[in-house]
Design a protein around this ligand. Structure first.
Ligand SMILES: O=P(O)(O)OC[C@H]1O[C@H](OP(=O)(O)OP(=O)(O)O)[C@H](O)[C@@H]1O
Ligand SMILES: Nc1ncnc2[nH]cnc12
Length: 174
């Protein structure tokens, strides 16, 4: 297994969910046991020595690898959810993404001030979602946050919106 095989396993779906968008479909990668293992192990290698205590995953595709990473790192997992899904007290932020707008929420009691946080999402496009996630994480602590993506769409330059992040890493760039 290698990165080329992983890249080949990601399906391009033109004009989804809107005309002009080429959707990077990771379901075709996730369903392959060897690809899933290679991706999980690669991301773990990147973060194993950073002292991460909480992995924060962005709903919904960020939950898949985020929770695997949390398990492998021996960290806790925190869910950043779309509005109205979390049952207890939350912080909320609105944001735009490549094909629309949305909101994210996090439970107010999910992170402690001394946690070392890794934010994970499957894909960085405009950076709207990740920037919103970083805004929410600032409510807990001003410590820098590590940020991890499986895929980065470099032509959208989303990284420039993530100034508050400590280190930004993506396994695959398109
Ligand atoms: O960098 P951005 O322009 O913000 O785009 C990236 C976001 O868009 C997708 O999520 P989506 O809102 O489609 O939700 P899903 O994971 O539930 O499919 C993707 O999983 C990222 O979270
Ligand atoms: N082109 C794209 N493919 C998959 N997920 C996305 N999220 C934002 N843009 C996307």
């Amino acid at each position: 297994m290698n990165l080329e095989t992983v890249i080949a396993s990601i399906r391009n779906v033109p004009d989804f969910p809107k005309p002009g968008i080429i959707f990077k479909d990771i379901t075709t990668a996730m369903k392959d046991a060897e690809v899933l293992k290679f991706i999980s192990d690669s991301l773990y290698e990147e973060y194993k020595d950073k002292g991460i205590t909480k992995v924060v995953g962005v709903e919904s595709r960020g939950f898949v690898l985020g929770s695997i990473l949390a398990y492998k790192l021996g960290a806790g997992f925190v869910l950043l959810r779309k509005p109205g899904k979390l049952p207890a007290d939350t912080y909320k932020v609105d944001y735009d993404l490549e094909y629309g707008s949305d909101s994210l929420e996090i439970h107010k009691d999910s992170i402690a001030e001394n946690d070392v946080v890794l934010l994970h999402d499957d894909l960085l496009a405009t950076g709207g979602s990740a920037n919103a996630a970083l805004e929410l994480l600032k409510k807990f602590s001003h410590n820098p946050v590590y940020v991890s993506f499986l895929i980065e769409l470099t032509f959208l330059d989303g990284k420039k919106r993530l100034g508050a992040a400590k280190e930004i890493h993506s396994l695959i760039q398109f």
